[in-house]
Design a protein around this ligand. Sequence first.
Ligand SMILES: [Zn+2]
Length: 59
Amino acid sequence: MFEQAVQVSEAHRQGAQYMAGSLKMAMKGCRECKTMHMIASPELGTCVDCGSELQVLDI
Ligand SMILES: [Zn+2]
């Protein structure tokens, strides 16, 4: 079970790297709440929990 989850995660990571050239996969998040979301729109928006502006996270 755990090994399979690792493989899926690894594949996802490699896929993200593969697409980095044309479509940059990025995450946004709230540093206050430590929440992370995949960026799906040009606007980052604000945290629904605390109202802070979401920031682009470098992974
Ligand atoms: Zn927050």
